[in-house]
Design a binder for this molecule. Structure first.
Ligand SMILES: Cc1cc2nc3c(=O)[nH]c(=O)nc-3n(C[C@H](O)[C@H](O)[C@H](O)COP(=O)(O)OP(=O)(O)OC[C@H]3O[C@@H](n4cnc5c(N)ncnc54)[C@H](O)[C@@H]3O)c2cc1C
Length: 477
């Protein structure tokens, strides 16, 4: 049995901790804050309740697997998961379309009705190419530790259309395939779906089309009571397995002995010895000397990752029965705010009674330290296109800035890491889960395969596999 110190109580770190404990190790999580979950927070006031971080989960299989591997009760016994249907409503200048959940045919019909005959076929054909991208890269990109020859993942796997003008030296960006293979409002739909992850369609390889493919195929899921319930379930699973948590423990560096990680040093000078250390935070938060450059030289990403501005809106009046849970309001011409996400969960746990509604509005902003955070008024104007009478119904609002995200996660400038992507020479990859310092591993959204609830959850399986099985671990079968 090894002593393992885990830095941070974010979702990736807790997923790793639970798996390692089941493998028989003694695991202690050092969290600088007073609670678990990191970005997965909740704000409550006057009977209203809001998610302050992620509002939806894609790829629930990641957490199903975690619960199957770490205890008797499956995920669905611990949280109440609901698949969104409709999956999403898009509001564009002069058009709006509501897309059903996990139904290719239904999506095609809705797109034909809005954008004209053939639109659905073009959309599904593009997502078919995105499926090829997903199939070709899913295992090495998501389910295996970053391979030593990670450069091969830098090749663009998106199959460019013949005769599209894209057969040239530079692989296409997402924005280019959106324009050429879809065009007009349909193209903007695709661009917006990628933008919502904090990825700039003009600077992101076409392989990012695998993200909307993933959503359409595996669905978008909400946890009743709010996404914080998922964090609570993972925390409780850790506690059931007797993972130890130390809150108020701000880790300042990784201790080394004989060229190996040997524990952690806290801000108050306390040292805790360990045989292995799992860093579940942005590794750049620890002094460079204590976290050597990841093996393989994949650059640590994140400086350029944008943050989020989030408005938590308490509204008077009932949520209409036909309101859609997730609406994306597109505004390509608006300076600073190209897309606003509006979440209206049909969940009594989020409101004081049936005569009120809790709505969350968010926009990607940044990059950290770069473009200014937009005026919340601008977000309200755009959100009003999804929620009629929004301003008249508004009782109060709470604004969450990238500084609030930084306070919750420790990520520089409140950056939110996007999922890793193949293509573009490997620029969208994250550092490997192993590092140049034996005994030090990276988990969470700042390590392979990147950020987001599902992807960070996958780091748990990867890091636990590497620690339990060693460097020869090639991913779970
Ligand atoms: C506003 C917002 C919206 C998001 N929307 C989505 C979404 O829609 N879909 C989606 O999938 N994902 C979304 N994400 C991203 C997702 O929440 C995260 O990628 C995911 O929760 C994984 O987090 P993590 O494991 O990297 O840990 P984090 O959430 O980053 O948590 C890190 C933890 O480590 C602690 N910590 C930091 N420094 C130290 C230190 N020195 N010592 C000890 N502890 C430390 C922090 O206090 C925190 O608890 C969003 C995130 C935010 C902030």
């Amino acid at each position: 049995m090894a002593r393992i110190a885990v830095i941070g109580a974010g979702m990736g770190a807790m997923a790793t901790a639970a798996r390692l404990r089941v493998a028989g190790h003694q695991v202690t999580v050092y969290e600088r804050g007073t609670t678990y979950g990191g970005a997965v927070g909740r704000y409550e006031r006057d009977g209203f309740a809001f998610d302050t971080g992620p509002g939806l989960l894609h790829l629930p299989a990641v957490y199903r697997d975690l619960f199957v591997k770490t205890g008797k009760r499956p995920l669905e016994d611990c949280v109440d998961m609901v698949q969104l249907d409709p999956a999403v409503r898009h509001v564009l200048d002069g058009a709006a379309v509501t897309l059903p959940g996990a139904s290719r045919g239904g999506v095609a019909t809705a797109l034909d009705e809005t954008f004209g005959a053939g639109a659905g076929e073009r959309w599904n054909a593009l997502l078919g190419r995105a499926r090829d991208t997903w199939d070709a890269t899913r295992r090495p990109l998501l389910e295996e530790p970053l391979r030593p020859d990670w450069q091969v993942l830098g090749r663009d796997p998106y199959p460019a259309l013949r005769g599209s003008g894209l057969l040239r030296r530079r692989p296409p960006t997402l924005a280019e395939i959106a324009r050429r293979e879809l065009g007009g409002g349909l193209g903007e739909l695709l661009a917006g779906r990628v933008l919502a992850y904090g990825l700039d369609p003009d600077a992101t390889p076409a392989a990012a089309a695998a993200l909307p493919y993933m959503e359409q195929t595996f669905g978008s899921w909400y946890v009743r009571g709010g996404m914080r319930e998922l964090a609570t379930a993972v925390y409780e699973r850790c506690r059931e397995r007797r993972v130890e948590f130390v809150f108020g423990a701000d880790v300042r560096s990784v201790l080394t002995r004989d060229g190996r990680a040997a524990g952690v040093r806290l801000a108050d000078g306390t040292e805790a010895a360990a045989d292995q250390v799992v860093c579940g935070i942005d590794p750049r938060q620890l002094p460079g000397a204590s976290v050597p450059r990841p093996r393989g030289g994949v650059p640590a990403r994140g400086g350029e990752a944008p943050g989020r501005l989030t408005l938590l809106l308490a509204l008077s009046g009932a949520r209409p029965a036909d309101a859609v849970h997730r609406t994306l309001v597109h505004s390509p011409g608006t300076a600073g705010v190209r897309l606003v996400t509006v979440l209206r969960p049909d969940d009594p746990a989020t409101r004081p009674d049936a005569d009120h509604e809790a709505v969350t509005v968010s926009a990607v902003c940044g990059p950290a330290g770069g473009a200014p955070v937009p005026d919340p008024e601008k977000l309200l104007d755009l959100a009003a296109r999804a929620v009629p009478g929004l301003r008249e119904r508004l009782l109060w609002q709470e604004v969450r800035t990238p500084e609030d995200v930084e306070a919750a996660t420790g990520a520089c400038g409140g950056s939110v890491p996007a999922p890793a992507l193949p293509g573009d020479g490997g620029r969208m990859l994250y550092p490997a889960n192993t590092t140049a310092l034996p005994g030090l591993y990276l988990a969470g959204g700042w390590a392979h395969p990147g950020g987001g609830l599902a992807h960070a959850g996958m780091t748990g399986a990867l890091v636990a596999g590497l620690i339990v099985e060693g460097a020869e671990f090639r991913g779970s079968q």
